[in-house]
Design a protein around this ligand. Structure first.
Ligand code: NAI
Length: 356
């Protein structure tokens, strides 16, 4: 086990993440099922802390703690910026999702979620899916994102893609003066659940799409569904108008910020910037970045709708509203002479402070 040079505490560490400390962090240990999990509630200022359960083979509990603290903090900002009345939380299960899943494991996890009495509501994330959430739902009511058969709202990829598409339209309006992707070349990195849905929306809008993925099967599916999509080995540095990161985070690094050819960056991946300073590097090259946590909130809006019993049309209207939210945030950034990321953070913080 790695011993970090700085103490792996919660109270001191939260200062690094934000001036706003985490409310509660729960370590969950169940010998019988082998569950080792951490649930982090960053904020319940706007409502119950909602955030997915990530299952990942972390090297040790310190790595897991770091991840859950950052992810739960990010969920507070995502919910606040999305305009939903939810707080920020997240959970991590330490384990390999390809071999260590079991009913016992998720039952034990669900019982820990239940002890929080609704202060934390779980959902899907990397390593967990609707099947796992259906199991969790047998042991606690504080779960969203279950299959429609089990009473949930199902997979959130379609509405996440719809939100990203609307955020991209707002970005396009700011860059080219027209809220449409018609005639633009869009490079989609990652043609999984969200990337695949996004490609369909882009093509319907008249965009030319090129795409990349590390998974051959995913690429084959796109070739069959959308034969006009050009498959490339990389889109981040390709001559495209828009770069849409829809795979993993941290693809925008000081190095890639110097080579990206797109004028607009907007995608679904969480935490796209390797560090916040990368946005300044992009700005210097006159590249517009639409903050990920604003663009990719469609899935969160779906589960928020599920919690309050909203119908599909209402939720779709909420997701379409990501266009106006992005437009307002971009305008606020231009007026204040700040980055769009700073304007998005400010909008979220004003909601948290109750000043808007
Ligand atoms: P997914 O797992 O279905 O698709 C991700 C795709 O990216 C896979 O096809 C994978 O092979 C590919 N990929 C992985 N590494 C790659 C690389 N280095 N280069 C190119 N492709 C690579 O995931 P999903 O659901 O489509 O999510 C995509 C991103 O959006 C993730 O970062 C996720 O955290 C984020 N997101 C997803 C939401 C949802 O509702 N599904 C909601 C908010 C964010």
């Amino acid at each position: 086990m790695t011993v970090l040079s700085t103490p792996a505490g919660v109270f001191g560490r939260s200062r690094e993440l934000s001036a706003r400390s985490h409310e509660q962090v729960v370590f969950c240990n169940d010998d019988e099922s082998g569950l080792k999990a951490i649930i982090a509630i960053h904020s319940t200022a706007l409502g119950p802390a909602l955030g997915g359960c990530r299952m990942y083979p972390y090297a040790d509990e310190f790595e897991a703690l770091e991840d859950v603290l950052r992810l739960s903090w990010g969920m507070t900002y995502k919910a606040a910026a999305a305009g939903v009345n939810l707080g920020g939380g997240k959970s991590v299960i330490i384990g390999d999702p390809t071999i260590e899943k079991s009913e016992e494991l998720f039952a034990a996890f669900a019982r820990f979620v239940d002890t929080l009495g609704g202060r934390y509501v779980t959902a899907g994330d990397v390593g967990t899916n609707t099947d796992d959430l259906d199991v969790i739902g047998k042991y606690t009511a504080h779960v969203t994102g279950r299959s429609t058969a089990a009473g949930g709202s199902g997979d959130s990829a379609r509405l996440t893609a719809l939100g990203v598409f609307n955020a991209m339209r707002a970005g396009a309006e700011s860059v080219w003066g027209t809220a449409s992707l018609a005639g633009r070349t869009v490079g989609v990195e990652g043609v999984g659940k969200v990337g695949g849905e996004l490609i369909a929306l882009l093509l319907a809008d008249g965009a030319e799409v090129c795409a990349t993925d590390v998974n051959e099967v995913a690429l084959q599916r796109i070739s069959i569904d959308h034969p006009s999509v050009r498959l490339l080995s990389s889109v981040a540095g390709a001559p495209v108008d828009v770069y849409a990161p829809c795979a993993l985070g941290a693809t925008l690094t000081p190095e890639s910020a110097e080579t990206v050819e797109a004028k607009l960056i907007c995608g679904a991946a969480n935490n796209q910037l390797a560090h916040p300073g990368v946005e300044q590097l992009l700005r210097r090259r006159d590249i517009t970045w639409v903050p990920d946590f604003v663009a990719n909130a469609g899935g969160l809006m779906q589960v928020s709708g599920e919690l309050r019993g909203a119908d599909r049309a209402t939720v779709e209207a909420d997701v379409a509203g990501i266009f106006d939210r992005c437009r307002d945030i971009i305008s606020a950034a231009h007026e204040a002479g700040t980055s769009i990321g700073a304007a998005a953070n400010r909008f979220a913080e004003q909601r948290l402070d109750g000043t808007i």
